[in-house]
Design a protein around this ligand. Sequence first.
Ligand code: PAZ
Length: 356
Amino acid sequence: KTSHYRANCFCDFSIDRNLRKPKSTNFVMDTVNSLGTLQDEACTDVRSFFELAPSLKNRDTITQKVNEFVCHNSHSSENLKSIGVVCVTSGGTTVPLEQRCVRYIDNFSSGNRGAASTEYFLKAGYAVIFVYRRGSCQPYCRYLPEDSFLDFFGVSEKGEIQVCQMNDRVVKTAITEYHSAVDNGLLLKLPFTTIFEYLQILQLVATSMSSLGPRGMFYLAAAVSDFYVPWENMATHKIQSTGPLNMRLSQVPKMLLVLRKEWAPLAFGISFKLETDPKILIEKANASLRKYQMHVVVANELATYKTEVVLLAFDGRVLTIRKQDEDENANADIEKKIIKILVDMHSEYMETFAKE
Ligand code: PAZ
């Protein structure tokens, strides 16, 4: 039932034909009804989450930056340089345990996927709003040393800063490409730390990007907390260690459906699903696709996420992308293949609007 073939970009595509089967009318109506209820519930939960969350610092400045960026990259802009605008989220959100936070729960993510994907989206002609966790991996800095940035530089006898010869090319490329993206108004970076900041920034970006219609895209690679301590239940000061700590975490409301249906309803939505148990990965990714009405869900397993992902698309396509052994060089990240496929899917999606 599953056919495998090799495409010219070295990806193994597996298309599960069962997923293309037309559904019965009853099934469709049930799905529509339950989605309506789910959407109403999600909207209510999201509204109360925002009402109770600590307000975002510099909200007005961030809003202005995002609006200007979106306007600069909108169709009406005279100097339009991008084919689409993508919001890439990257890194893990934290859940503070105290309002004056000393301790927090964190989520696994280095930000490498988001940073690499940003570079490939820019290369493909997109403008990128990079919403990233403070301190996580940055676009064009992936090849710089992790431990000491200073290892890359030296000081000449005249006191001038020099790049060590062996790193010369990497640093020049990084500086040139980064500045070119920023100077042309194609890269906007917005940092977050907590789940509260992340969701407020996402809402703000999404509502601004809704003006772009189908040219907008969301590539949600950030590892977002599922559980949190509501602000009003949180200890104000550092929790004292006077015995075992009992904590009750609430569920973070499901923003994906609200993003898709309310904040930016025409944008192309891609979310990620990470699991450690391979037995449930595809089932969970499929559930996300249906429940949150995403256009694509990228399923990956913790043990193999750098070398294998499965793309499940809303039209039933299921593509397995693998980093091959022959790709083992710095310029052949799996993200290069993922972005190529997603850009093609997004073009097809935009074409359906152009025809209408
Ligand atoms: O940031 P990174 O490169 O270390 O990891 C990327 C990832 C595994 C966090 C990402 O591919 C992903 O699956 N994000 C969604 C995680 C989630 O299910 O919440």
